[in-house]
Design a protein around this ligand. Structure first.
Ligand SMILES: Nc1ncnc2c1ncn2[C@@H]1O[C@H](COP(=O)(O)OP(=O)(O)OP(=O)(O)O)[C@@H](O)[C@H]1O
Ligand SMILES: [Mg+2]
Length: 412
């Protein structure tokens, strides 16, 4: 097994170096990670002892077993002494790996009668934009330049590998699931959509009260699609000098294009609308128009950017803004059945004996965030009494506590 892994690494490097048409996206994700250096991935790929160590547990014994592999202790480089022998050796032992490795599939698809396909392997392999190392290299490069480092100060950028939340942690309605699936397919079929001229896809508006899962869904989408997430709150890029606001908006969209393919998530999207109704002087209008224009000039098919905007106050958005999104996805106050699913998710790992149905009944009007609060309170209360298992009473009194907290908010 260790020998197979080492030969795969060496063959992948060798074939990648031989064929210019192969790209970094073709290198299998787990092998790609072994090759990242300070300047990202560089051609030609060189397999050093330390490179191999990242993929193969016992490099030394693998080296001993392979007659067509040479290790130079001075340069610490590992090389194939006979490419042909390695090719043959590997084909006899690891067809399944060839099927999943686009670089190998590219080479082997014309080899003997192996039934492997480059296209198929490519579909299974995550492109480099999903690698944390890749994003770090790109960001480090942008930091060096004054203009682009200013752009970075306006946003938060996450690698999909850093995102903890998964779609299995969120209770979504069927509508929401369907719309998310459509985006996924649009991303896969970008080429086709471009060919038929359907470029206006991939702009979503999430609307709904606080704590209903908008931000969480955007993050889970980044993880699912393996795309970096660029997060920005509109209130944070609004400057008292309105000329600056327009420039900031432009910079954020420009940055999203530089980091593409990626998801651009604009939170507090109503912030613009608010300024628009309050004070209609020319500079405010200019900022709003910049935003509208920026939205017009970006799309998934041509720029590889999925735009998601989120707001708690959809009524503040004017028709010009609405029109620019191809889909509005509602995050409503959860219904009874949604509350049940949310509680099932949150309580999945919480020990104790309780009746979810009763809690569902007494939490009408609670959002996902508030249900999370209930469970946290119940667990902390139990821990305070030196119990690791929660009871129905813990949950019920936590519900009461959250309810009075909500009332408190209403009175101020
Ligand atoms: N449908 C849901 N399923 C599971 N958890 C949920 C759901 N809705 C909300 N939550 C939980 O509530 C918390 C807050 O959610 P989130 O931050 O995504 O809300 P939001 O809609 O972005 O709110 P805001 O409008 O205030 O930004 C998260 O911890 C999330 O896990
Ligand atoms: Mg949010």
């Amino acid at each position: 097994m260790e020998s197979v892994k080492l030969v795969e690494l060496l063959l992948t490097a060798e074939i990648y170096n031989r064929f210019e048409e192969l790209t970094e996206d073709d290198i299998p994700k787990e092998l790609r990670k072994a090759f990242y250096g300070k300047n990202g991935l560089t051609r030609p790929l060189v397999v050093k002892y330390d490179t191999a160590k990242k993929v193969v547990k016992d490099v030394d014994s693998a080296l001993k077993n392979l007659p067509f592999v040479d290790y130079n202790a001075i340069t610490r480089q590992i090389k194939l002494t006979s490419f042909e022998l390695a090719v043959k050796w590997f084909a006899q032992r690891a067809l399944d790996r060839i099927e999943r490795n686009p670089i190998l599939a590219y080479y082997y698809q014309n080899y003997d009668s192996l039934n492997v396909s480059y296209e198929r392997a490519k579909k299974m392999n995550a492109p480099k934009c999903s690698d944390k190392e890749w994003l770090m290299c790109v960001l480090a490069e942008l930091e060096k330049n004054k203009e682009t480092s200013e752009m970075l100060s306006l946003v938060r950028v996450y690698s999909p590998e850093d995102i903890r939340v998964d779609f299995s942690d969120i209770a979504l309605t069927d509508d929401q699931i369907e719309e998310i699936r459509k985006i996924e397919i649009a991303l896969e079929e970008r080429e086709f959509l471009r060919e038929i001229g359907l470029t206006d896809v991939g702009k979503l508006l999430f609307i709904g009260p606080p704590g209903t899962g908008k931000t969480t869904t955007a993050r889970a989408l980044s993880r699912k699609l393996g795309l970096p997430l660029v997060e920005v709150k509109l209130s944070m890029i609004t400057s008292q000098y309105l000329g600056e606001t327009s420039k900031n908006i432009e910079k954020v969209f420009e940055l999203a294009k530089i980091l593409s393919p990626c998801i651009l998530f604009i939170d507090e999207f109503d912030y613009v609308a608010k300024t628009r109704t309050s004070d209609e002087h020319a500079a405010v209008k200019r900022a709003v128009n910049t935003l509208l224009k920026s939205i017009d000039e970006i799309n998934l098919v041509e720029d590889g950017v999925i735009l998601i905007a989120a707001t708690n106050h959809p009524s503040l958005l004017d028709p010009a803004v609405w029109r620019r999104f191809d889909k509005v996805i509602e995050f409503p106050e959860p219904s009874e059945s949604l509350r049940r699913r949310i509680l099932e998710i949150i309580l999945a790992k919480v020990p104790g004996s309780y009746d979810i149905d009763e809690i569902v009944k007494i939490t009408e009007g609670f959002t996902g965030a508030e249900l999370r609060l209930v469970v946290r309170e119940a667990v902390l209360k139990a821990l305070l009494e030196e119990r690791k298992e929660i009871t129905q009473n813990d949950l019920k009194s936590a519900v009461e506590e959250v309810k009075s907290r909500l009332k408190l908010r209403e009175t101020y």
